[in-house]
Design a protein around this ligand. Structure first.
Ligand code: MLT
Length: 267
């Protein structure tokens, strides 16, 4: 178990937000400061750094996203939180689905943003291994910036200041953490049956211009989920929570309200 470093703010139903690759909990800064809860006060946001990102050291055991889901459960134990709405963007979404698989009794609601429930095809797995091997060999994550990864994460026409913010976040990843995460993502299995078995409210959010986890992936997840609202955010790319925080907030607030109505909130 890894002790996750965490950013926290607000009150009310706990909402865990899991970050994308290769960013950190700081990508949720807008939600940490501005996300309203259903009662009008600031929502309780719990944003951990996954291992190897932000303030959390890398893991050294064989890469598997299941371990990250268990780390999130360990964080909830540490914070005294019995149940939470768990959400994630892209890699964070993969971890949120593993959390739903392994800790369903602790899940009050599920938020999946710009992510997908399918496993990787062979070429994607090979590309992940290429990246993992390269960042380890160079002992640097500069490759991610050199390959202009932020351009695939953001919609065309994104303001330069936001692209710079994303590049700066990418540069803080550790080589060991980036390699471990790439290998864990390559090893993941599909999660449609987990989604189909969920008995709590869910929300699926996707940027209309997301090239990495496009709207078709969001629609496939929404079709599998029994109680779901799907939000397509116009003009946003893969990092919809950063690119269109207001629209993202509307979707999350809708989920928190549904969780309260369903009585599936924290014990
Ligand atoms: C992410 O944004 O977390 C990554 O694009 C996820 C992935 O590589 O599948």
């Amino acid at each position: 178990m890894t002790d996750l470093s965490v950013l926290e703010n607000g009150t009310g139903t706990p909402l865990v937000l899991l970050h994308a690759f290769p960013l950190s909990a700081r990508m949720w800064q807008r939600q940490l400061t501005d996300l309203p809860g259903p009662d009008g006060s600031r929502a309780r946001v719990i944003a951990p750094d996954l291992p190897g990102f932000g303030g959390t050291p890398p893991r050294t055991d064989p890469p598997a996203l299941e371990l990250l889901a268990d780390d999130v459960a360990g964080l909830l134990d540490r914070l005294g939180v019995a149940r939470a709405v768990v959400g994630g963007l892209s890699m964070g979404g993969y971890v949120a689905m593993q959390f739903a698989r392994r800790h369903p009794h602790r899940l009050a609601g599920l938020l999946l943003a710009d992510t997908k429930a399918g496993a990787d095809p062979a070429p994607a797995r090979a590309n992940r291994e290429r990246i993992a091997a390269a960042v380890l060999a160079r002992d640097s994550v500069r490759l991610l910036v050199e390959e202009r990864m932020e351009e695939t994460l953001l919609a065309p026409g994104t303001p330069a200041a936001l692209a710079a913010e994303v590049r700066e976040l990418m540069a803080t990843a550790t080589p060991a953490g980036a390699a471990w995460a790439q290998r864990a993502m390559a090893a993941r299995t599909e999660a449609f049956e987990v989604l189909a078995g969920l008995r709590v409210p869910a929300a699926v959010v996707v940027g209309a211009e997301d090239a990495l986890a496009p709207p078709s992936e969001a629609e496939a997840m929404a079709q599998a989920l029994p109680d779901v609202e799907l939000t397509l955010i116009p003009l946003a790319g893969h990092l919809s929570a950063l690119e269109a925080p207001e629209a993202f907030t509307v979707a999350v607030l809708g989920l928190l309200r549904r969780v309260e109505r369903a009585g599936s909130g924290p014990a």
